[in-house]
Design a protein around this ligand. Sequence first.
Ligand code: GLC
Length: 436
Amino acid sequence: MAVSACIHHLRLFGVALLAMLALGPARAQDDGAHVAIACGALGIELELCRDAAQEWAAKTGNTVEIVNTPNSSSDRFQLYVQLLSSQSADIDVLQIDVVWAGMLESHLADLEAPLGKRVDRMFPALGANNRVNGKLVAVPWYIDAGVLYYRKDLLAKYGYQPPETWDQLTRTAAAIQQAERRAGNQRMWGYVFQAKAYEGLTCNALEWVSSYGGGSFLDLDRQFTADNPQARAALNRAAGWIGTIAPRGVLNYDEEASRGVFQTGNAVFMRNWPYAWALAQGEESPVRGKVGVVALPKGGPNGESAAALGGWHLAVSRYSRHRAEAIDLVKYLTSAQEQKRRAIKGAYNPTLTALYDDPEVIEANPFFATLYPAFENAVARPARPAGARYNQVSDAIWRASYDVLQGDSKAGPALTRLEDEIARIAYRARWNEAAR
Ligand code: GLC
């Protein structure tokens, strides 16, 4: 009897403890609102989000619940669509990808009045992206742009400079990979990136194609430009990396998988977003102090370096029962003070341009200063022209790119099919009629 009573108490305690963990300490106050925020969990994202949200809760007397979401942006999108389509009030604040503004617009509250002025102090491309149908659908939280990580120590050891063109990258990667293998590291690879069939591959493919002057698949004025000689050259070049300077397994790599290989010391170069910097430089990282970051290579001497524009923004659900508090949380999290903290601790690029003049931010992330143009001029995926159909367009882009990388198709036929597919999406969406 005594034992079962004891177990019963333990169970009650366990339940109470779980509830406390889920809801955070500020749940104690009964008069505040309970606000749920869905944030990402890539790297130390979740920890940064939780700490700041709880700080806000403690200051305001509200309570906050952190909802963990899948790492893959495609999976996260599906989850949001399910919740929002059922008009669920379960999530008040959502961390949304830069390419989702047009697709989720109808479910999101207008933030122009409370936060429009702040957005005007951010990178202009972000404000333009988030003002959809006359409504500010989200506040940019951090900006992403693809960058090239390299092993400073290995390049110095073998006498190479960071590459300026993809050809140089290919040669340097092959030479160092071979030399390191001869020296005993059989696991060394030249280049890792994101080639899994998902949104991250659309970003990589856009960078290759755009760096060769091959456009961005679908122009702002909805011209179909996917199939052109530069785009073909870019994709065929990337296909040549598979199984030579990149492991075949790269066909299943997302951001974290590539970071895993690079951070354990088994790759010379890596394409990734800035967040990987803070982790590669972390105390436990085997490559700490050995990493440099430069702009992605150009597609040949006449090409340009092209970084895909990424990043995540905070939006408020139209179905939130605590809209004022949710907006206040967004205000808190996107403030200069909070963006600065995230930049220093996690290498999350501020969206407020003034923070790039902040010495502490630059000291923690020297490449924020040298690569400022890469952030400012990052190349957008065709989310604005595709609007509500962006996912279909991106899905077609990554499938075509994947076929080429995997060796199932040459770039020519794959891009011809892609252009046809985008034309069919346009036809079904009646873009032409809308334009008339
Ligand atoms: C990063 C970018 C985001 C992009 C995603 C693709 O999270 O910030 O914009 O869609 O990677 O994997």
